[in-house]
Design a protein around this ligand. Structure first.
Ligand code: PGA
Length: 263
């Protein structure tokens, strides 16, 4: 299977989220093999977007979650609240949260465990900075983040998690990793998950790539067997670009050769 996740960040309100979701649903019509599609609007747009995508092929994701169920945590949203709103997936440890909002390996671990305990699919984001890459530390950094994220894995959670490999230097910069480099990191993530995460040895972990993925490179990423899908930021709020990427995933699933790049 291939999965395309749109991370709409703080870029769209409820009205725009609904319009995007409707456009995605229209674009999926008539395809034989559909990728799994997840859209992650801001919290305030979840309820309205749910009305559009509920009972369709498109799943609803949130961009963050707190690890406690209730309590005095002003401004936070709990896993139970997400479930109540019809959310099935949640991004955890996005590099913007790590870099700008004090997210740590430890809080990523707590959030991942809490999400799993509530039946949500955590999409755990990992990735190295440019300095770390230049120092040859990509694998060490990514595997450290991975180990922390899954340190409190409940007994039966491994089969439901996604990992998104998003090099920090590639996010929003237009400078994507090469499919081959991303595939190599994905293989290392998969091996470490299998070897060290509870239940990981019985799981075929889904590993997505993110960081300047767009219609011009989507097919090249998606045809790699190590790459189970894409986590898309900027291109996911441009309907034509996002649906072109979903179509590229459908092409890969249907064994259709690459269409000419449209960007
Ligand atoms: P980008 O963002 O596609 O705009 O690089 C990806 C992400 O932040 O998840």
């Amino acid at each position: 299977m291939k999965t395309i996740i749109g991370n709409w960040k703080m870029n769209v309100g409820a009205r725009e989220s609904v319009a995007l979701a409707r456009g995605v649903l229209l674009a999926l019509r008539g395809r034989r093999h559909l990728p799994e599609v997840v859209v992650c609007p801001p919290f305030t747009a979840l309820t309205e977007t749910r009305k559009t995508v509920g009972r369709t092929h498109v799943a609803l994701g949130a961009q963050d979650v707190h690890w406690e169920e209730t309590g005095a945590f002003t401004g936070e949203i709990s896993p139970r609240m997400l479930v109540e709103t019809g959310v099935s997936h949640v991004l955890i440890g996005h590099s913007e949260r790590r870099r700008l909002f004090g997210e740590t390996d430890e809080t990523v671990g707590k959030k991942t465990a809490a999400a799993l305990a509530h039946g949500l699919v955590p999409v755990v984001c990992v990735g190295e900075t440019a300095e770390e890459r230049d120092a040859g530390q990509t694998e060490a950094v990514v595997l450290r983040q991975l180990a922390a994220a899954f340190s409190a894995m409940p007994a039966r959670g491994a089969e439901r998690v996604f990992v998104a490999y998003e090099p920090v230097w590639a996010i929003g910069t237009g400078a994507a990793a090469t499919p081959a480099d991303a595939a190599a990191v994905h293989a290392a993530i998969r091996a470490a998950f299998r070897a060290s995460v509870k239940g990981g040895d019985r799981t075929k972990l889904s590993v997505l790539y993110g960081g300047s993925a767009d219609p011009s490179n989507a097919y090249a990423f998606l045809r790699e067997t190590e790459i189970d899908g894409l986590l898309v930021g900027g291109a996911s709020v441009k309907l034509q670009q996002f649906t072109d990427m979903i179509a590229a995933a459908a092409d890969v699933l249907e064994g259709i050769a690459a269409a000419p790049a449209s960007v």
